[in-house]
Design a protein around this ligand. Structure first.
Ligand code: ATP
Ligand code: MG
Length: 331
């Protein structure tokens, strides 16, 4: 397998949850042993639509989540976006390689503008965030970017900027990148329908206490027609089975449970009990490591400082190439 340079990360808008574990962290844990991975705490990007105190506070929270799940600072470069000014500088030059009309056509941005109800009051920084993403990706010469399916247009936009820039430069300074789209579907909240997400408040955090895990599982939707134990039960749309599919490694065990549930004779309390055991097992070591790390925030900040210094070196080299191609190297 070819080794990639990967750029990925999270907006620092809140602590991470089980959805992130399934959708991104799990893959990053596998990638860290095979690829060169840059993990960006995207505080600057978060400022395009989130208050600065929230963004600031969550830099440490997300860093704690990364370290607690086992992302190793010796194997990854974990850094804070705003502390790499080379990224802003690249963004500034890339801004000239894309039209406002093109940004307005970006399907991801379009959808987000609709969701956030910006109407005509779109912050310019928000509209332009795909350009800043292009800077993040190209600064590290990332060859692969893990993204949700809805983010594919961002990669498209980045590659357009790369081609434009290389054409102007007359040589291939920047690299085109490709999306790695995860196989796993979106993890829902306890209703089994809507996506688990910060803004919906239907999350189970990676720092959840044993009691929060118990309450979460209790609140999960099963099948409203499965009133008596002996009634046949529905597996499709049943949140407990969706979660068992995601978190129970013994597939044939889950298949057995499903068969029994469909036939009738398996209580909701039994499937919930199985799931709860799995979730307690998964989260306990993460929570414990997180509590331990949180005792020494200065140490975590030190890790971020070292990672940021490494990231700056790489980004500065790319910026240097870009500036000299644009004849911005006067002295
Ligand atoms: P918000 O509600 O603010 O949008 P969120 O909880 O949806 O926050 P994001 O920061 O938007 O989280 O998610 C970043 C990435 O994490 C997504 O692109 C996806 O890869 C992954 N992710 C988040 N939630 C889920 C989920 N429920 N299932 C799978 N992956 C998820
Ligand atoms: Mg989201």
């Amino acid at each position: 397998m070819t080794s990639h340079i990967i750029l990925t990360g999270d907006r620092t808008t809140g602590p991470l949850h089980l959805g992130h574990f399934v959708g991104s962290l799990h893959n990053r844990l596998a990638f860290q042993d095979k690829h060169t991975q840059f993990l960006m705490l995207a505080d600057a990007q978060a400022l395009t639509d989130t208050d600065h105190d929230v963004v600031h506070r969550n830099v440490l929270e997300v860093a704690l989540d990364y370290l607690a799940v086992g992302l190793d600072p010796a194997k990854n470069t974990i850094f804070i976006q705003s502390q790499v000014p080379e990224l802003s500088e690249l963004t500034y030059y890339f801004m000239n390689l894309v039209t406002v009309a093109r940004l307005e056509r970006n399907p991801t941005v379009k959808e987000e503008i609709r969701q956030k109800n910006f109407q005509r009051d779109i912050p310019a920084g928000f509209l332009a965030y795909p350009v800043s993403q292009a800077a993040d990706i190209t600064a590290f010469k990332a060859t692969a970017v893990p993204v949700g399916a809805d983010q594919a247009p961002m990669i498209e936009q980045t590659n357009e900027i790369v081609r434009r820039f290389n054409a102007i430069a007359g040589k291939d300074i920047l690299l085109e990148t490709r999306a790695i789209i995860p196989q796993t579907g979106r993890l829902p909240g306890p209703d089994g329908k809507s996506k688990m997400s910060k803004s919906q408040g239907n999350v189970l955090h990676l720092s959840a206490s044993p009691d929060e895990i118990t309450q979460f599982v209790k609140s999960m939707y099963t099948d409203s027609k499965h009133l008596k134990i002996n009634d046949p039960g529905q597996v499709a749309g049943n949140a407990v089975f969706t979660f068992l599919d995601a978190f129970e490694p013994d597939i044939s065990f889950v298949d057995d449970l499903k068969a029994k549930y469909r036939k009738g004779g398996l209580a909701d309390s039994v499937i919930k009990q199985h799931l709860e055991v799995r979730l307690q097992e998964l989260i306990a070591p993460i929570r414990n490591r997180r509590l331990e790390l949180a005792k020494d925030p200065a140490h975590v900040m030190q890790i971020l400082k070292a990672g940021t210094a490494r990231a700056r070196t790489v980004a500065a080299a790319t910026l240097g190439e870009v500036k000299s191609a644009l004849e911005l190297d006067y002295f």
